[in-house]
Design a protein. Structure first.
Length: 489
């Protein structure tokens, strides 16, 4: 009869489990859905090609090998990107920890003691194994594991987005430095021209040919340009130091900068608005975080229901260490228990409400991310159109201003116009060239913004050794994890 009790206890336990599993339908929280995302059939901005967007390896399209080398350097040494990598590693470890909670645990212990009872000194040695396992009756642990795994996937998207953003920042920083270098060279050229003309004027003044007013105007103009030259030297230094920071270098302002901005690549098709939701890393990360919050909410809801645990121990003790494994004093136990929260000061209910609020916050954040993405595309497309017309008119302005400056110089030498007319034509020609350089940089900067807004990726030589999902959009984009998938590792 002694052997019947454990058997009947096990049967009773199994029956209780079956009864509890029949109630699982009311343990599941309500199903949630992603908020509707505005996705028009076509872009509102003019001149936007609506065909499907081909993968954009935009860094190579700029045809600047030195720039590709700088991007590779930044991807290796930039501290902010290293932080993103560390966060991804942390999320991966957390996913393993959450998944391990679903598995049984087994621990071994060895204890030794010595006691003195006055007349008798004795030794005691204990060797034991302990086993524990929480049965995932309501998929509580699965929900936690799924939340951690989906969060890891979101961190992967964050890391990819950080790499893409860094490549774009280095590219834009390089263009800004090249523009600053061109502006500096333009000022240096103008200073040389003005200084040379001032020498000629002073010689003419000493000969009584040139009026004193022309000398004063020429000196004032040269001083103003030298002042602007100092400002542009500082601007170039700032641009170089900012670029060095992105590369993970010491900001020493010791870096060779290109002398010409590259040609603007041909216009790219904008693709369909609906494609944006699957191409952009930040949107995919926001969606994954919504799904992670749903899994966390499910866990919080199910924490209010019973938990079932199995524990077992196996041990032996002896006064002699060498007799521990002989089995003369072997002891074992097997226990099963059900725990149901009853009174907790509404703690579990508040935790569920907190999880619900977090899910609602992330749903709103997802919709905001989508709206912001559409705004960025529309804004960059409009800027693309406006800047193209702006640069075309500036190019014409440069040509006409140069012709006007040449003609004014000839007429001044002939005595047909005053020196103030020559100075004005010089100023207009300089401003036209300076503005043209600035506008070309703006075009390139906006093109990078457009690539980013459309979800375009980049490729460098070093990316050939990286995983495809991090190096090119030509590979199929990973789908966000489904809330119904078992994401335990």
């Amino acid at each position: 009869m002694h052997g019947v009790k454990p058997k009947s206890s096990i049967i009773s336990t199994l029956a209780s489990l079956l009864l509890l599993s029949g109630c699982s339908s009311w343990v599941q929280p309500p199903v949630r859905e992603l908020p509707a995302s505005p996705s028009p059939e076509s872009w509102a901005s003019a001149d936007a090609a609506q065909q499907s967007l081909a993968p954009q390896s935009w860094l190579r399209r700029l045809e600047d090998p030195l720039l590709e080398t700088l991007v590779d350097e930044a991807l290796t040494a930039n501290p902010q990107l290293q932080q993103a990598q560390a966060l991804l590693d942390q999320g991966s470890a957390q996913a393993i920890v959450a998944g391990a909670e679903q598995q049984p645990n087994l621990n071994a212990s060895l204890q030794a003691g010595r006691s003195d009872r006055g007349t008798v000194i004795s030794n005691e040695f204990n060797l034991g194994l302990s086993f524990g396992w929480e049965l995932d009756l309501w998929d509580k642990l699965s929900d936690s594991a799924r939340a951690a795994e989906i969060n890891r996937q979101a961190l992967e998207q964050d890391y990819s987005d950080a790499r893409l953003s860094l490549a774009a920042r280095v590219t834009k920083g390089w263009f800004a430095a090249v523009e600053a270098n061109q502006q500096l060279q333009l000022s240096e050229h103008l200073v040389r021209v003005l200084a040379s003309r001032l020498e000629v004027l002073e010689e003419g003044y000493r000969s009584g040919i040139v009026a004193a007013l022309d000398i004063h105007l020429a000196r004032a103009n040269l001083a103003a340009e030298r002042s602007r030259l100092s400002t542009r030297e500082q601007a170039l230094g700032n641009s170089v130091r900012n670029l060095e920071l992105l590369l993970g270098r010491y900001p020493s302002n010791h870096m060779s900068i290109g002398e010409q901005l590259p040609a603007l690549p041909k216009s790219i098709p904008a693709g369909l608005p609906s494609e944006l939701l699957t191409r952009r890393y930040d949107i995919r990360a926001a969606q994954l975080r919504v799904e992670s919050s749903w899994a966390t909410l499910a866990r919080s809801h199910k924490d209010r229901f019973p938990s079932f645990n199995l524990t077992a121990t196996l041990g032996t003790s002896s006064n002699e260490f060498d007799q521990l494994l002989q089995g003369n004093s072997l002891v074992w136990s097997l226990l099963g228990g059900v725990t149901q929260p009853l009174l907790d000061g509404d703690r579990l209910e508040a935790l569920e409400a907190q999880s619900l609020a977090q899910a609602q916050q992330r749903e709103a954040s997802y919709r905001d991310t989508v709206l912001q993405a559409f705004f960025e595309v529309e804004d960059a497309l409009q800027q693309e159109h406006q800047l193209r017309r702006f640069v075309q008119q500036l190019e014409l302005s440069v040509v006409e201003s140069d012709l006007a400056e040449t003609l004014a110089a000839e007429q001044y030498r002939s005595g047909l116009v005053e020196y103030i007319t020559l100075l004005e034509s010089q100023r207009r020609a300089f401003d036209a060239r300076s503005t043209f350089i600035q506008a070309r940089n703006q075009q390139l900067q906006n093109r990078i913004d457009l690539y980013l807004a459309l979800g375009g990726d980049f490729i460098t030589e070093a990316d050939n050794d990286l995983s495809p999902e991090l190096s090119s959009l030509e590979q199929s984009s990973p789908e966000p994890a489904s809330s119904n998938d078992n994401a335990s590792r």
